[in-house]
Design a protein around this ligand. Structure first.
Ligand code: ZN
Length: 217
């Protein structure tokens, strides 16, 4: 089964396990999205750093009932983005509030990180019970890959990735995603398999193993 760890679209393809991402712009929005996708078994939910200013910090704990829902496998995408106009301090507060919740309910986090690697490393150090940290849409080169891998992160590669970065990522730390693209996830696997000089089937089996180890299934 081809796993798409982060998707903003329903692709409606057989033999795919797709984690549909729901972005929470508000509590009402999170509630409505959860109802819309009532029958979807694989979801990720979180406040994107770009949406941080839409939230009052006191309201964030109320997301717990949605984060705890069995269909929500990942808390995300959450993170830090220095290229965004949203105040970085605010982003940090909103991010850490969600990381604390992920830690309490023992769910992995899916991260959007732009020019904030060292801050992410600091925050990860403090929240060691989060079961897994996955960087989404990873496009880093070899050196950045090595830095993340040394710190215990998983990396998720999408339609565009750096070949040296992919080659430097151990196979037991990688995922693939379509993100906002409407193309089939198989095309991402095909591109990666070519770079890694293996078959799509081998990659598919490895990512299934990675998925099972992250989600304890
Ligand atoms: Zn995304």
């Amino acid at each position: 089964m081809l796993i798409d760890i982060h998707s903003h679209h329903f692709h409606i393809q057989p033999c795919r396990k797709e984690l549909l991402n729901l972005q929470a712009a508000s509590l009402a929005d999170a509630r409505a999205s959860m109802l819309t996708y009532e029958n979807n078994r694989f979801l990720s939910l979180g406040i994107h750093p770009w949406d941080a200013s839409l939230w009052c910090l006191d309201d964030i704990p109320a997301l717990n009932s949605f984060f705890s829902d069995h269909r929500v496998l990942l808390i995300g995408e959450i993170g830090l983005d220095k290229a965004s106009s949203v105040s970085f301090d605010l982003q940090k507060n909103v991010f850490e509030a969600q990381v604390r919740m992920a830690e309490q309910i023992r769910k992995p986090v899916l991260l959007h990180v732009v020019r904030a690697m060292s801050e992410i490393f600091e925050i990860k150090k403090v929240h060691q019970s989060v079961p897994a940290w996955i960087i989404h849409g990873f496009r880093g080169k070899k050196q950045t890959t090595e830095q993340y891998i040394t710190k215990g992160f998983y990396l998720s590669f999408g339609a565009i990735f750096n070949e040296g970065g992919l080659l430097a990522c151990p196979i037991d730390r990688m995922f693939f995603e379509t993100d906002i693209n409407t193309e089939d996830i198989e095309l991402v696997y095909e591109r990666a398999a070519k770079v890694l000089d293996c078959s799509v089937f081998e990659l598919e089996s490895q990512v299934e193993k990675n998925f099972n180890s992250v989600f304890n299934k």
